[in-house]
Design a binder for this molecule. Structure first.
Ligand SMILES: Nc1ncnc2c1ncn2[C@@H]1O[C@H](COP(=O)(O)OP(=O)(O)OP(=O)(O)O)[C@@H](O)[C@H]1O
Ligand SMILES: [Mg+2]
Length: 375
């Protein structure tokens, strides 16, 4: 469609160019005739003709006569007091017209040759740009269409994601509350080993945490000011007993005591858990995880989680946050996608891979707004 329009306009432009050239040739021929005819000729008739030729067009014309004097037609000339300025002005115009690349028309006056220079009419100029302007419109429309399409696709993905999370939380809720009730009954029963009941209660507690996470991600989560260091220590203590004992987790804070952050505790712990679990996987179950809490630039708090694992290959560094990207046998490739989503969409923070080196380790950085600096 666009190339058809391009081709069509191009032909139109060529035709118009040809017609304008013929018009100027006629003009030149008339001038030549007037200038070379004898005194008895009806000069007036030809002057009328020259006027007619130029009446309905906007082709700028400059006629350079034998003495180099410039005469013009269809060129707006300011009011000059003397001929010299006028000639200077026309000289400038002549240079512009020459740039338009129309071959000047030669007039053989017998004793000398004179030239008519001409430019392009407004219509021709407009027509030349027409396909380009059409192309720009098509490109803008295409771009808008693309934005709309990707936005609606993302919105659709969001709905599926959020809906699934909500439904899971909802479905887990009923058996969970009945399990809690069963535990209470078992606690009363002297024939059941209390240690077993204790372990069972912990597992149910864990299931409850998972359900709360799903339910939080499925709705707009409520953020609360929490002391960051305590939150991290509390959660790492919980995590430590669930991972290999050959993994050491070291926490260091360079923040003021009791520094708070605005978070949804359940979702934030989920982020830390995903990053730490990846770290444990990368170290094949043995190594050091260092967690550093610091103040960042522009009123932010940064949480760096560094491991001494196998690192990430350069070709994969840009893919780790993509949903479905996993190098693990049993990985879903969802952990980091989810973590990034929680940090960036729900906490208005940032999650980045800050450093990685093959066989040395990796650092993931969480950046959160610093609430104490807010006015
Ligand atoms: N600390 C790390 N060290 C080395 N590679 C990592 C690290 N963290 C993430 N990766 C790489 O990024 C990939 C994606 O991680 P992500 O947590 O999203 O998915 P996953 O761990 O493979 O699966 P899951 O959905 O169970 O979390 C991993 O498979 C791994 O290749
Ligand atoms: Mg993971």
């Amino acid at each position: 469609m666009a190339s058809f329009s391009w081709y069509f306009t191009d032909r139109l432009v060529s035709k118009l160019e040809e017609r304008e050239k013929q018009q100027i040739e006629l003009y030149a021929e008339t001038i030549r005739y007037v200038m070379t005819s004898d005194e008895n000729a009806d000069i007036n008739f030809f002057f009328e003709r020259i006027k007619k030729i130029n009446e309905n067009n906007t082709i700028p014309v400059i006629w350079k006569d034998g003495s180099g004097h410039l005469n013009s037609n269809n060129i707006e000339i300011p009011n000059f007091n003397n001929t010299e300025d006028r000639q200077k002005f026309l000289k400038g115009k002549l240079d512009e017209i020459i740039l338009e690349n129309n071959k000047p028309i030669e007039m053989d006056m017998g004793f000398q040759k004179e030239y008519i220079y001409y430019g392009n009419s407004n219509l021709l100029k407009l027509l030349r740009y027409y396909p380009l302007s059409q192309l720009v419109v098509v490109l803008i429309l295409g771009f808008l269409g693309y934005i709309f399409f990707s936005y609606s696709r993302r919105a659709e993905q969001n709905r599926v994601w959020v809906g699934l999370a909500k439904e899971t939380a909802h479905q887990l809720g009923t058996p969970l509350s009945s399990l809690t009730a069963w535990i209470e009954i078992l606690k009363e029963n002297p024939n059941v080993n209390p240690e077993i009941v204790e372990e069972l209660a912990k597992d149910v507690q864990r299931l409850d945490t998972i359900t709360t996470r799903f339910s939080n991600i499925g709705s707009t989560p409520i953020l609360k000011k929490e002391p960051l260091e305590d939150l991290i220590h509390g959660f790492i203590n919980y995590l430590k007993i669930r991972i290999s004992s050959k993994v050491t987790i070291d926490i260091q804070s360079h923040l003021p005591p009791n520094q708070q952050v605005n978070v949804n505790k359940y979702l934030f712990e989920w982020v830390i858990e995903n990053i730490c679990k990846n770290a444990v996987d990368a170290m094949s179950g043995a190594g050091l995880i260092s967690i550093r809490l610091k103040e960042g630039k522009n009123n932010t708090i940064t949480i760096d989680i560094e491991d001494t694992g196998k690192g990430i290959l350069p070709k994969n560094t840009s893919k780790v946050f993509a949903p479905g990207f996993s190098t693990k046998k049993r990985g879903w490739g969802l952990g980091l996608t989810l973590a990034k989503r929680i940090v960036e969409n729900y906490h208005l923070g940032k999650l980045q891979l800050k450093w990685t080196e093959v066989n040395k380790g990796s650092t993931f950085r969480i950046t959160l707004p610093n609430p104490t600096e807010e006015v």
